[in-house]
Design a protein around this ligand. Structure first.
Ligand code: CO8
Length: 259
């Protein structure tokens, strides 16, 4: 295989499926972020690929967000490289000319929601799954590039309400406010995503992609122009003892929930 943490497969009819497969929950460490970035670039270069579906190997979890071990008592040399790989993956995903359908087979908190928001269309499985930006629950301030795509999808009011309270939405609520576009049975998520990808892939490419990027340009430019500022904020936050203590508490809470 080309990548350790993602599978990239043509599915016929011009769609390539990118499956995140970093068990158990696709938490985003540097290697997974780099693999997602490089896999999207590989799909872009493939002349047979007209659309991309992004999904998870797990029927329960789409992506658990950032791997907390990258930020908890971090390796100081790796930390900036890790964050750069997230910034870069985001530029590639949000800015790709390919139409991207997120086949959200399970929960998508925090960074998992970010990946879903990078897509052009979101299909999520019904059930006990949740999606949203819950960083406030941990006690960390959301980076600007997490907020902007949510504002663009659900508007400033809903974004402010949900992110300041750190709320994760169930699929019904997420659908109602437009954070996702469809809810289907778990085993129908991928088939529906493939169907929808063909609909996007069939539109005259230049018109579709140029229009998409025209809409996304202000957000992409804003991110490109503040990469350094964003990394400094991140390093300052993670390197503070207060943040580290909040991670202590949050990790204990996650463990306790399982008992
Ligand atoms: N990072 C690392 N490990 C994780 C993460 C994670 N994000 N999420 C889960 N795991 C681990 C669990 O600890 C567990 O490990 P073990 O089996 O060794 O105890 C294993 O993965 C399986 O997890 P669960 O048993 O909890 O699996 P469930 O299927 O019951 O639940 C969930 C899956 C819903 C994904 C649940 O694990 C969960 O809620 N995880 C936490 C999600 C979260 O809050 N992520 C936030 C990350 S922060 C972020 O993405 C953005 C931060 C950006 C700003 C930074 C500025 C400072």
């Amino acid at each position: 295989p080309l990548f350790d943490n993602v599978k990239l497969e043509r599915s016929g009819k011009g769609t390539t499926v990118l499956t995140m497969c970093r068990g158990p929950v696709n938490s985003l460490n540097m290697e997974l972020l780099q693999d997602i970035d490089n896999a999207i670039k590989a799909a872009e270069k493939d002349s047979e690929t007209k659309a991309l579906v992004i999904t998870s190997h797990s029927p329960k979890v789409f992506c658990a967000g950032i791997d907390l071990s990258e930020m908890y008592r971090p390796n100081p040399e790796r930390l900036p490289k890790f964050w750069k790989s997230l910034q870069q993956m985001w530029l590639t995903l949000y800015g790709t000319r390919l139409p991207v359908i997120a086949a959200i087979t399970g929960s998508a908190p925090a960074g998992g929601c970010l990946i879903a928001m990078g897509a052009d269309y979101r299909i999520m499985s019904e059930g006990k799954t949740t999606i949203g930006l819950n960083e406030a629950e941990i006690g960390i301030t959301l980076p600007d590039f997490f907020l902007q795509p949510m504002i663009s999808l659900v508007g400033p009011r809903q974004t402010e309400l949900l992110t300041t309270l750190g709320i994760l939405l169930d699929t019904k609520e997420a659908l109602k406010i437009g954070l996702i576009d469809e809810v289907v049975a778990n085993d129908q998520v991928l088939p529906r995503a493939l169907e929808q990808s063909v609909a996007f892939g069939d539109v005259i490419d230049s018109a579709r992609a140029d229009t998409k990027l025209q809409i996304r340009k202000p957000i992409l430019d804003r991110h490109r122009n503040t990469l350094d500022e964003d990394i400094q904020k991140f390093l300052k936050a993670v390197n503070s003892e207060t943040t580290q203590q909040m991670f202590d508490n949050y990790l204990a809470k996650l463990q306790a929930r399982k008992k």
